[in-house]
Ligand binder design. Structure first.
Ligand SMILES: Cc1ncc(COP(=O)(O)O)c(C=O)c1O
Length: 388
C-alpha cells in the first residue's frame, strides 16, 4: 500500500466482479463509473490490519459499541472540532441514511413538515415521506459563483407544522463548507420557530480548502446543541461504506430518548467489523487521511481545469467532498447524464438531487482513471457542443 514513502492512491484497484454497486451498474460496458459516493481506493492499512486481527479471533457474537471506540470518538470530536461530547450522547447506527429516516420518525407527528434546501443528497428528499411527513424544499441560490442559503425564503417557507430542518454540511452535492455566520443564522431561525435540526456531517473530514474549517452545528451555542441531532460516520473519509457504521450525537436527553425509541425493533446494531474498522480509522489513520486530502485536492483541481476548458460547462469552487457539481444548463442537454453515459462516463443526473441541468461527478478515484473520463467528456462535448 505504500509507494515511495507515500500512500498509493494511483494504482487502479480492480473492482469489477466484486459486487460493487458503483462498478456493477455498468457491468460489461466500457463506462467509467464516477457516480455513487464511494472511492476506488483501498481503506487505510491500519483499518485492514485491525479487521484482519478481528477476523482471526473468529468469534462474531452480538457486539456492543466498544467503550474504547466511544472514547476515541469523544477525543477526536474534542481535538478536531473543539466539541466536548459525553459518551452517552452517542447512538451508533448501521448507516447514516438510517439516521436521517429515524430522525424524521422521531421528530413531530404524521403530516408535519420537514424542511431542507435543494439540490441535496437524494435520501433527504425521500426520508420525510417515508415517515409520513411532508417535505418543504427551499432552493439554495447561486451568487457570484457561490452557493448559499436564501434565508428570507427559508423563513417565509416555514409553516406552523414545520418541526425539522435537515441540513447537509459540508454539503453534498454543492461542496460548500458553511461558515459560522451562515450556520448561526440558520440555527437562529430554527430556534425562533422551535425547529429541530438534523445535521448530516458525514463529509466533515473531507474539507479540501486549507482556509476553511468544519463547524459542527451543535457547537454554535447551547440552544443549537439542545435542538441538533448530528449524524457522522467514518465511511466517506476512510472508504468504509460497505461496513455500514455511523453514529448520531444527541446532547438533549428527551430528543435522544425519542430517537432511540424510533429505532426500537427496526434498526439493528452495528456489526462487529464495522466497530473494529471505525476505531482503527479514527485512532490510527491521521497520516493516511492527510495524504488522501492532498490527493483529492489534486483531483479536484484536475476536474476544475477540465470543466473550465469545456465550453458551456461550469462549476462553482468546490470546498469539500470528492463530489463535483457541474453546471450543464448552458448546453441545453435534456439528459446530461445519459449524454455522458453514451460517451463512456457514468455520472449522476442532477435531477435526482432536485438540481436538473447539473451532473455530479465522483472524483474519489485514481488520477489516471479520472483523466481518462475527463478526456471522454471533453471529446463528447467537442463533437456535440450544443448537445444535439
Ligand atoms: C450527505 C450524505 N449522507 C449520507 C450518506 C450515506 O450514508 P450511509 O451510507 O452511512 O447510509 C451519503 C453518501 O453519499 C451522503 O453523501
Amino acid at each position: 500500500m505504500k509507494k515511495e514513502g507515500l500512500f498509493d492512491f494511483d494504482t487502479l484497484v480492480e473492482r469489477r466482479g466484486t459486487a460493487s454497486l458503483k462498478w456493477d451498474r455498468y457491468r460489461g460496458r466500457d463506462i467509467i463509473p464516477l457516480w455513487v459516493a464511494d472511492m476506488d481506493f483501498q481503506s487505510p492499512p491500519a483499518v485492514i490490519n485491525a479487521l484482519q486481527q478481528r477476523i482471526a479471533y473468529g468469534v462474531f457474537g452480538y457486539t456492543l459499541p466498544p467503550e474504547e471506540l466511544n472514547e476515541v470518538v469523544v477525543g477526536r470530536l474534542a481535538s478536531n472540532y473543539d466539541w466536548i461530547v459525553k459518551p452517552e450522547w452517542l447512538v451508533w447506527l448501521p448507516g447514516l441514511v438510517c439516521g436521517l429516516n429515524v430522525t424524521c420518525r422521531a421528530v413531530g407527528e404524521d403530516d408535519d413538515d420537514v424542511m431542507t434546501v435543494v439540490p441535496v443528497y437524494p435520501p433527504f428528499l425521500t426520508a420525510p415521506g417515508n415517515s409520513r411527513r411532508n417535505i418543504i424544499k427551499v432552493p439554495l441560490r447561486e451568487r457570484q459563483n457561490r452557493w448559499e442559503f436564501d434565508f428570507d425564503r427559508i423563513e417565509k417557507s416555514i409553516t406552523d407544522k414545520t418541526r425539522l430542518f435537515i441540513l447537509c454540511n459540508p454539503h453534498n452535492p454543492i461542496g460548500r463548507v458553511f461558515t459560522r455566520e451562515e450556520l448561526s443564522t440558520l440555527a437562529g431561525i430554527c430556534h425562533k420557530h422551535d425547529i429541530v435540526i438534523c445535521s448530516d456531517e458525514i463529509h466533515c473530514d473531507l474539507v479540501l480548502d486549507r482556509d476553511k474549517i468544519h463547524i459542527p452545528t451543535a457547537t454554535l451555542n447551547a440552544e443549537a446543541a439542545a435542538r441538533t441531532i448530528t449524524l457522522m460516520a467514518p465511511s466517506k473519509t476512510f472508504n468504509l461504506p460497505g461496513l455500514g457504521t455511523a453514529f448520531a450525537v444527541i446532547p438533549e436527553k428527551n430528543l435522544r430518548r425519542r430517537f432511540i425509541k424510533a429505532m426500537a425493533g427496526i434498526v439493528p446494531g452495528v456489526n462487529a467489523l464495522g466497530y473494529t474498522a471505525a476505531r482503527a480509522a479514527f485512532a490510527e489513520c491521521a497520516e493516511w487521511h492527510a495524504a488522501l486530502l492532498e490527493y483529492l485536492r489534486g483531483n479536484r483541481d484536475t476536474v476544475a481545469q477540465a470543466v473550465r476548458r469545456i465550453p458551456r460547462l461550469s462549476m462553482a469552487p468546490l470546498e469539500a467532498t470528492y463530489l463535483a457539481w457541474i453546471d450543464m444548463r448552458a448546453t441545453g442537454l435534456e439528459n446530461p447524464a445519459v449524454f455522458f453515459e453514451n460517451a463512456g462516463v457514468g455520472l449522476q443526473d442532477g435531477a435526482e438531487f432536485d438540481g436538473p441541468g447539473f451532473v455530479r461527478l465522483n472524483f474519489g478515484c485514481s488520477r489516471i482513471l479520472l483523466e481518462k473520463a475527463l478526456q471522454r467528456m471533453t471529446a463528447a462535448m467537442e463533437k456535440s457542443p450544443s448537445g444535439s
